[in-house]
Design a binder for this molecule. Sequence first.
Ligand code: AQP
Length: 327
Amino acid sequence: MPKRIFSGAQPTGNLHIGNYLGALRNWVALQHEYESFFCVVDLHAITVPQDPKELAAKSREVARIYLAAGVDPNVSTIFVQSDVQEHAELAWVINCVVRISELERMTQYKDKAKRQRENVSVGLLTYPALMAADILLYQTDLVPVGQDQKQHLELTRDVAERFNRDYGETFRVPDAFIPKVGAKIMALDDPSKKMSKSDENANGRISLLDDAATIRRKFKRAVTDSGTDVRFDASRPAVTNLLSVFQLLTGKTPEEIESHFAGKGYAQLKSDLAEATIEFLRPFQERMRDIGDEELSRTLKGGADKARSIAAETMRAVRERMGIVGA
Ligand code: AQP
């Protein structure tokens, strides 16, 4: 079987440069080496309340973002999760294999549950079971994700190993692919928090669809550290975060960047970073506008058909192994 990758993003808001640098960038880079599946995970999005009309529109927008970012539909399979019912079916099976204590330990659950207070859905708790199902359905070898998904990936591996041990060899046990730089882009307004699309303060993130004026304003307001010189320094997380974004967007080395900013202050860093981001996003945003509705629908239909055929094969094996084969 070919080596496979699977990854996805939730249509929960506007995708930001953290999503791009932590995940999408690597999808584009890896798609020619692996058989690739990139999913818009709308079933994950409903673990917290969503407006139905907006969710449907966002799902298509996120798929369009994949294409504009460089995911090639001729080599990669792009689809929306709810078009492939096996995701929900396998998630139920995984729910019966994973332990409540394992789910309760997940830091993303704890963080998001705090924000929902008493209205925490069971889905938010079992989110990692659905994520494991997404990955295991495609017999995935590698999952390119940001640092925040590392814990969920480890749980996916544990669940796959447990299932294989209890019911017989069924799933490939996947590895995470987490980049050395960019795996956790921090919020511009608070470098102790990761950049997030659902954070209520939009100034903390640069959305991939932000216009030039908005990008300049957000970087101008970005929090910095004490001190004045511009260099990579773990004890100065805000400036180091800005420098990491600059490094990834320009492709320059840390040495080149530090010598570029020698003798210049934070204002120059923010202004150069804003211009580099605008330049980087310009062709991406043009491609977004060029992708027609019909082209998008065709891509998603073809993607769902291909995904469904592979997911159905895995589900058949799961049902047989477990004895859930109907009358
Ligand atoms: N700040 C980040 N830096 C690097 N990578 C990141 N990712 C998310 N935030 C950062 C990675 O982007 C991919 C898609 O993310 P997701 O849609 O699954 O949602 P998430 O991980 O829960 O991140 P968000 O953007 O903050 O969304 P909300 O606010 O809806 O929870 C993943 O590979 C993720 O690791």
